[in-house]
Write a protein that binds this ligand. Structure first.
Ligand code: ZN
Length: 252
């Protein structure tokens, strides 16, 4: 069983690693994105049959040397460091996805970085800035296994910063990285089952329903369905189907 080391980049309080102030007055710290993607990735990799080593599970900042030592000691098969990019301090136009690999890495290491980068870009559809080489980045230089550092968008670009704080985007980033790791190790990527996704799908308004609007409208008018205080129906796919079938059979 392959073991993947996941590195969430920085500590929550690492100086400077944050977005400029959003128009709504809020700020996102880089680690909020990194941790969220790391956690999604952990869950996805386990589902695909990998062992996962979180190299910095602590709340406080974990030094880079400890992160790397943990991966090397565990003899992890690959190392993924998750980051968000920045250009300068204020909002600007720099955007897109870039990944980093150690310049003196062997062919296997470069192939790993390429596989993860390509799958990440394919999953999220942002501008591809390519895989860049560095002989400076500690976690790439000091790890004994194929290692990649991914930058999932620019915190200093308003559009990408809004994506970076979006849960769906974070999940999509993790999915891309996971697919790249699966491709590299020739392991089948196992998606979340459609059944699970269907269970969380709930319709709130009559106009959102894929079918059966007239049936539900009638039940609301009759007071059979009232929804919550805001008029949200919170109707699952299964319940909708049952109501429509009963209506068809003229039971209700
Ligand atoms: Zn970073």
């Amino acid at each position: 069983m392959y073991c993947i080391a996941i590195d969430d980049g920085h500590g929550m309080e690492t100086a400077g690693k944050r977005t400029p102030t959003f128009p709504d007055g809020s700020v996102m710290r880089e680690n909020e994105y990194n941790v969220a993607v790391a956690q999604f990735l952990e869950e996805m990799l386990r589902r695909c049959g990998f062992r996962v080593l979180m190299v910095a599970p602590e709340k406080e900042d974990t030094s880079l040397s400890i992160r790397v030592k943990r991966a090397n000691d565990a003899k992890a098969d690959a190392y993924v460091s998750i980051h968000a990019n920045a250009a300068g301090n204020g909002w600007n136009q720099a955007n897109g996805i870039e990944s980093w690999v150690y310049s003196k890495s062997d062919a296997k290491g470069k192939a790993f970085a390429g596989a993860v980068h390509r799958a990440l870009v394919a999953a999220i559809g942002r501008k591809d800035r390519g895989v860049k080489e560095s002989d400076m980045l500690y976690v790439l230089k000091q790890t004994n296994m194929p290692a990649v550092l991914v930058e999932g968008g620019f915190m200093t670009n308003l559009e990408e910063a809004n994506l970076l704080r979006n849960t769906k985007y974070r999940k999509l980033c993790a999915e891309g990285i996971c697919k790249g790791i699966c491709a590299f190790f020739d392991v089948k990527y196992i998606p979340e089952s459609e059944e699970e996704e269907e269970q969380v799908k709930r319709y709130q308004k009559i106009e959102d329903l894929p079918y059966g609007k007239d049936v539900i409208q009638k039940l609301v008018e009759e007071g059979v369905l009232s929804g919550d205080k805001s008029g949200n129906l919170n109707l699952s796919e299964d319940m909708l189907r049952v109501f429509v079938i009963l209506a068809r059979k003229a039971v209700i």
